[in-house]
Design a protein around this ligand. Structure first.
Ligand code: MSP
Length: 517
């Protein structure tokens, strides 16, 4: 029997200390595009997102807001949920680390680690950055002129001394290196993989996994003076959501190990070093892949609250529209690299790629059909080589994209689609169907049919990136809802001649600069 096609993809869970911004929307968008792609390709998908609600950073933010942490997290978590709906994300579950299912799961994981002899009680003295919720060694810090030390991320650190449980991470060095060797695609992109392996080769220290100086967290079983280190708590969300501690049946048995944890480059170490070590130590399987994407800057500047240049996805969408924003973020830079958001680049993509290339193609084809073919899918005659070339190129996209999407290569996936869009526009110019109306109406029908079929395939394969716009395009080709999956991509499910088509309508607005006066 064929392997069931399943796909489990997760976003990081977002700290609720702050309002959601473009960085959060970006990580989840990448997962949404993948989840939609896999669903269209016949996979049973589980797509998880949520909020990370414990720890010192959230506790401090709640204090600053003058509320108790639970009320605070309820409120901010809802903002993340709202953003996900606003961005048209299709997650199947939204987990909060303050939920009861999660407490049970984290405490069960802790007990497994205790039983395996992987955790011992000691005391921690060292540096801690609340902003990163991370421990740092003296050697990693930079000392400023005022004597203040900062972490490589720029976060301030405090000296901490407290009793603490430790996870025996130092004992996992060789097994982790072996695991990376056996699973060469566990960490992508490759450059990030090299960073992680050299970090691990440099030697690992045991990791402090409990805190005693504040209360906002999940209590350590049997020793409630300790609460669990927020990263141990947070990482466990990925298995909580598939029903851990139940591992034999149900969703865990179906979906774990996850196919992909999508993360930003700043949190790769937690996912690619600590997390597989925790899981293997507890006798559980590590995930199949961690992909670390890059960071966005705003008009060349680092995005930060203090600079006041945080990009609110709501503003972006209000200015440019949702699908153009989704397209831009996935298209502008090779996924994994840092990217710069600029108004100029956004408008360039919107007017060039979307309105001119794709929009114009669809609009030209649909209006010619509307005018010259009685607003119905035209009949076609024999295909000539040029027709077959274009149809073949459009057909080939599905396999090309499967390969690229499996490596999270979104921008090459879109580029591959645009190669066919450009080919189709060149075909329109070369075949000049408007000239054929009098000379050879049958040939005109064939050309327009080939084009309509090509647009259908382009819209299907672009759907995960721009769901609303592509639905609108498929509406205009009268493709029924159940035919909007890759199973119906092939020519055997082609448009049927004579099917009435609605009046064409552009799907990509052009961005026109407002001029004064
Ligand atoms: N709570 C942890 C994750 C725990 S996962 C078990 C966390 N949360 S976060 O809210 O700070 O960040 C979440 C994600 O947003 C990270 O993947 C981070 O890389 C991403 N981004 C934050 N700012 C960003 C940009 N300016 N650009 C792109 N992504 C950025 O870390």
């Amino acid at each position: 029997m064929a392997e069931p096609k399943r796909y489990y993809v997760t976003t990081p869970i977002y700290y609720v200390n702050d309002a959601p911004h473009i960085g959060h929307a970006y990580t989840t968008l990448a997962c949404d595009v993948l989840a939609r792609f896999k669903r269209l390709d016949g996979y049973d998908v589980k797509f998880l997102t949520g909020t990370d609600e414990h720890g010192q950073k959230v506790e401090k933010s709640a204090q600053a807001a003058g509320t108790d942490p639970q009320a605070f997290t309820d409120k901010v978590s809802q903002n993340f949920r709202d953003l996900a709906d606003f961005m048209n994300f299709t997650h199947d579950d939204f987990i909060r680390t303050t939920e009861e299912r999660h407490r049970i799961s984290v405490q069960a994981l802790w007990n497994k680690l205790i039983e395996a002899g992987e955790i011992y009680l000691g005391s921690y003295s060292g540096w801690y950055a609340v902003r990163d919720e991370a421990f740092y060694g003296e050697g990693e810090l930079t000392k400023g002129p005022d004597g203040k030390r900062t972490a490589p991320s720029g976060a301030e650190v405090d000296w901490v001394e407290e009793p603490s449980y430790f996870f025996k991470l130092s004992a996992w060095q060789d097994r982790l290196l072996q695991f990376y060797d056996d699973n060469p695609d566990f960490i992508l992109p490759k450059t990030r993989r090299n960073e992680v392996t050299s970090f691990v080769k440099g030697g690992l220290q045991d990791l402090s996994v409990s805190r005693t100086s504040f209360k906002w967290g999940i209590p350590v079983p049997g020793d409630p003076d300790h609460i669990m280190y927020v990263w141990l708590d947070a990482l466990t969300n990925y298995i909580t959501a598939v029903g851990h501690p139940e591992t034999e049946t149900g969703e865990y048995a179906t979906y774990w190990p996850a196919d992909l944890h999508m993360v930003g480059k700043d949190i790769l170490r937690f996912h690619a070093v600590y997390w597989p070590a925790f899981l293997m130590a507890a006798g559980l399987e590590p995930p199949k892949r961690v992909f670390a994407h890059g960071w966005w800057t705003n008009e060349g500047q680092k995005i930060s609250k203090s600079l006041g240049n945080v990009i609110d996805p709501h503003d972006l969408v209000a200015t440019y529209g949702l699908d153009p924003v989704r397209y831009f973020l996935m298209r502008e830079v090779p996924f994994g690299n840092d990217g710069d958001f600029s108004h100029k680049a956004m408008v360039h993509r919107m007017n060039g790629d979307l309105a001119n290339d794709f929009g114009n193609l669809a609009q030209r084809v649909l209006s010619m059909i509307n005018k010259n073919c009685a607003a119905a899918v035209p009949h076609h005659g024999e295909f000539i080589a040029n027709d077959a070339d274009l149809l073949g190129a459009a057909d080939g996209l599905f396999d090309t994209l499967r390969g690229l999407m499996d490596r999270q290569d979104f921008n090459d996936a879109l580029e591959a689609i645009w190669v066919v869009i450009r080919q189709a526009n060149a075909y329109v110019d070369a075949q000049a169907p408007w000239k054929l109306k009098k000379e050879d109406p049958e040939r005109m029908g064939t050309v327009l049919y080939v084009l309509a079929e090509t647009v259908r395939k382009l819209a299907l394969v672009s759907g995960p990136f721009m769901p609303q716009a592509m639905d609108k395009m498929l509406d205009q080709l009268a493709v029924s809802a159940e035919h909007r999956t890759f199973a119906f991509a092939g020519s055997e499910h082609a448009l049927i001649a004579g099917t009435a088509l609605p009046a064409p309508e552009g799907v990509f607005p052009r961005f026109v600069e407002e001029t004064e006066g």
